[in-house]
Design a protein around this ligand. Structure first.
Ligand code: SF4
Length: 189
């Protein structure tokens, strides 16, 4: 049975930064699709919420890219990989090894997020944090800090990192239904 390591906010929109939620609670169309495809769903922790709390300010990848935040992400990543190893749902030992034949482990990230982006992140290299310029960002190709550290943790255990699929929750115009389309496209790719 395939395993989906799901970004925290897909199951808990209350973790989003202010104004970032696209619906109350769970992004049901995304979770429904994973259920329809038979995935075991494991919710990952939110790296930003556990680092800076619910009232954190919007930030770019450059602002989150600090040694302290990376260490925080590494600590969470260790727990995520540990959970896969000991989770009683992973009854097939090969299920924790994404490189094992027939195993499907997919990380569902959030494109546009400076932490959880898979293919796209928020960037503002010239922004020094002035609140009045908080919208001075662009979306550029790249992995978020959390996703980079999660991949590195898999490699440090001798495991090939899982396939990464991003849904564009932190991109303009995102809706629960558009995220389902993103996931369908990502799983097909
Ligand atoms: S995108 Fe990542 S960092 Fe942002 S709220 Fe969701 S889980 Fe947390």
């Amino acid at each position: 049975m395939p395993i989906a390591l799901v970004s925290h906010c897909l199951l808990n929109q209350n973790a989003k930064v202010s104004d970032g939620a696209i619906c109350p609670g769970i992004v049901s169309p995304v979770i429904d699709l994973l259920r329809e495809r038979g995935f075991r769903i494991l919710q990952m922790p939110c790296p930003e919420f556990t680092f800076a709390g619910p009232d954190r300010w919007w930030q770019s990848k450059e602002q989150y890219d600090t040694p302290t935040y990376r260490e925080h992400c590494r600590e969470l990543a260790r727990a995520v990989v540990d959970e896969m190893v000991v989770n009683p749902l992973a009854v097939d030992p090969s299920a924790v090894d994404p490189s094992a034949p027939g195993t499907e482990v997919v990380v569902i990230g959030i494109d546009g997020s400076p932490s959880s982006g898979v293919d796209l992140v928020t960037s503002a290299p010239g922004w020094r944090g002035e609140p009045g310029r908080a919208d001075a960002w662009t979306v550029v190709p790249g992995r978020g800090v959390w996703i980079e550290e999660l991949e590195a943790e898999f490699r440090s255990r001798g495991l090939r990192p899982p396939r990464m699929v991003g849904v564009g929750m932190d991109l303009p115009g995102a809706t629960p239904d558009s995220l389902r389309l993103d996931l369908e496209s990502g799983l097909a790719g």
